[in-house]
Design a protein around this ligand. Structure first.
Ligand code: GDP
Ligand code: ZN
Length: 470
């Protein structure tokens, strides 16, 4: 698909439903089109109320806003018509505009694509528009907003500029190689390179966290059979759903579920349980839960009466330590508290506290908590704990979070290329052998922001994920 910027494009900028609809027109013909529909000339940045007529027939009373180029979203002449959201009105107006000479309906994401073409935003900022629209939680919104306002682009532009200078120096050295002059001071180069590699590494490492925040923080519910793992999963899911709507308490045995607690998305996994078995099928289930446990960020370890002996508890803990990542957070939950006296609860909690100290912070632990999954007791406190213990994942204002796979892949390739550069410098290779890798790294970084030439095909793919009208 060839993107002809000379055509004027139009599309509904709002989804169906609601009282009003906005029709966006972008391109050199936009002001004339509007003048013909409204019988009035528009003044830039002024909202104009007018009757909209097609073939003399009054279709609607609309509010029109004219953004003169280049001070518009696309950087082109833009008119936005705010009309009543009747499908008939919207369709009539769009069909009429699309029939005019030099006009057509916009493809998904085409307005943003034009904004990119006119330098109103770069590629990473443009991609974030789609993410911003798709964001359903506060965290997703925050990550998309940061990328949209250029934090990632800014960092990458700096890295790229440094690498370009670096490449320039190396090439100078290349030119003078006959006289055997090492023009660029290699130790400075090595240092600069190390700094850049470090920054790239921070970014690529943030990808897994970024993905987790985007798709839900992996949370494994583990414990012996019958302690109430499934009941806990359902209690958490129902508690959150109850806030949204009153779904009658259906007791489904979910194995996995997502829920948002105060803006943070969690992906809960009910695992097969901790126990030794000789049964092959059960063994497979357990293998699978082991994998899920090792990649979980949060571990909800459930115990319940009849309470395990101290030895059993120790054995479970060492199993957990063996399986979990030291980066995760372990929460011990004493379930079925309704079956225990206050005294028993207090004793057990203090026993568990001292047991948990053995982890030495690897994984992190929180204070043990007594709950009742069946009576939905302590669920709110648990949720509170889940949110605060994952806060560190995204409260760091300094680091830019990578969550887009395309960006991750490009920056991983850049990192690999820079490793070869670094090796080359270390082994005293001449610049002509090093420069190609440096160029590759620069190119890959530029792919993220769109600074490197990006083919029409690649752009088409990226923008195909957009909705119409953006
Ligand atoms: P799982 O095998 O660990 O998934 O355990 P389930 O969630 O299937 O629960 C096992 C049994 O414990 C069921 O009969 C539940 O109703 C019961 N149960 C779960 N939570 C509680 C609780 O808080 N109090 C009491 N008394 N029973 C519970
Ligand atoms: Zn279960």
């Amino acid at each position: 698909m060839i993107h002809d910027l000379s055509e004027t494009i139009c599309a509904p900028a709002t989804a169906l439903g609601g009282g009003l609809a906005v029709i966006r027109i972008s391109g050199s013909l936009a002001p004339q089109i509007a003048e013909r529909l409204l019988g009035k000339r528009l003044t830039p940045r002024e909202a104009t109320t007018a009757g909209l007529r097609i073939d003399g027939q009054l279709i609607d009373l609309v509010v029109a806003t004219y953004f003169a180029a280049p001070h518009s979203y696309t950087g082109e002449e833009v008119v936005e018509l705010s009309c009543h959201a009747s499908p008939y009105i919207v369709r009539s107006i769009l069909e009429w505009i699309a029939q005019q000479e030099g006009c057509r309906m916009a493809d998904p994401g085409e307005f943003t694509r034009r904004a990119l073409a006119h330098g109103k935003l770069d590629l990473a900022e443009a991609e974030a528009v789609a993410d911003l629209i798709a964001a359903t939680t506060a965290t997703q919104h925050k990550m998309a907003m940061e990328q949209h306002t250029g934090r990632l682009s800014h960092l990458l532009n700096e890295l790229r500029a440094t690498l370009l200078r670096f490449a320039g120096l190396l090439e100078l050295e290349l030119d003078f190689s006959e006289e055997d002059v090492a023009f660029a001071d290699r130790s400075t180069l090595v240092e600069t390179l190390a700094t850049i590699q470090h920054q790239l590494r921070l970014l690529t490492q943030s990808f897994s966290t970024g993905q987790e925040l985007q798709q839900g923080i992996p949370t494994a519910i583990i414990g012996a059979p019958n302690v109430g793992k499934s009941s806990l999963l359902n209690a958490l899911l129902q508690h959150e759903r109850a806030i949204v709507s009153d779904i009658p308490g259906t007791t489904r045995d979910t194995v996995e579920g997502r829920l948002t607690i105060r803006g943070t998305l969690f992906r809960l996994i009910d695992t097969a349980g901790l126990r030794q078995t000789t049964d092959l099928v059960e063994q497979l289930g357990i293998e699978r839960s082991y994998q899920q446990i090792s990649s979980a960020r949060l571990i909800l370890w459930v115990i319940a009466p009849p309470l395990p002996t101290w030895d059993e508890l120790e054995a479970q803990l060492s199993e957990i330590l063996r399986l979990t990542s030291p980066e995760s957070t372990l929460m011990l939950l004493l379930n079925k508290r309704d079956l225990l006296t206050e005294r028993e609860v207090t004793d057990w909690l203090s026993n568990c506290s001292s047991l948990l100290q053995r982890t030495n912070g690897k994984p992190h632990t929180t204070s043990p908590l007594a709950i009742s999954a069946r009576a939905a007791q302590g669920i709110e406190t648990l949720e509170e704990l889940m949110v605060t213990s994952t806060q560190t994942l995204h409260s760091d204002e300094e680091t830019v979070m990578l969550y887009n796979l395309r960006h991750y892949e490009a920056l991983t390739k850049a990192s690999r290329a820079l490793e070869l550069v670094s090796e080359g410098l270390h082994n005293g290779l001449t610049s002509d052998l090093i420069t190609p890798y440096l160029r590759e790294a620069i190119e890959e970084i530029g792919l993220v922001t769109g600074a490197s030439i990006t083919s029409d095909e690649v752009l088409g793919f990226i923008f195909s994920h957009f909705c119409i009208g953006k």
